[in-house]
Design a protein around this ligand. Sequence first.
Ligand SMILES: [Zn+2]
Length: 251
Amino acid sequence: MILWKNIIGVLIPAHAFTPHKSFYGNCTRRLERIFKEKYERVPAIELGLSSDTFLADQISELENKTFLTNSDAHSLPKIAREYNKIQVEDISFKELMKAIKNEDGRKILANYGLDPKLGKYHRTYCEVCEKRIDGEAPVTKCDTCDSKNITMGVLDRIEIIKDKKETKSPSFRPPYNYQIPLTFIPGLGKKTIEKLLNTFETEMNILHKLSFDDIEAVCGEKVARNITDAKMGNIQIAAGGGRSLWKSNYK
Ligand SMILES: [Zn+2]
């Protein structure tokens, strides 16, 4: 038997809007209904790949919660697709918790993550036709076969459960910086990415710190142009629509 009262920790719902198994995605419209009086002790939610600050701040019960953008530990090469820049005095659990709770000047300085459109579950997916369903959110059935056997997209789900007319973020909310991973950028093959990483060490350096000239000097003008275009938002993004192995009950 586990003595839960002796366990010290913090609960942060992760990938909070994704379909299948997340709290908002497949369980409830309001976290407060789940956690009841303990909801105040949930300091933050983790937004997941297919959501961002703009989308999440359409739900009023999240107004005093911190937003985190974390990667999955089970896919190490993609670990920095999402990360947080955090203000702390030292690297410790105590300081991290202060930052998550926005106490004593410790805080999340910035969120870094995918443009939600790049997330696998951004739009609703028809399990019968095996295709993403476009159209104005919320999409709750297939526009081709009329089936409701769907995996609901994060954009569509938030449109259904939101309770604000428009997005309004609290003043403490840090900026959300979009980033497009190198593997998503057109014209960048495995060898080029390897060369970039061998020279500049991390994807974060390449995406956020280097100039066009830095990249051009190593990989030529075309690669530098492609990376710069992606950074500046000058490429078209096709929205993601995921494939599921589970059927979901949306409440
Ligand atoms: Zn269909």
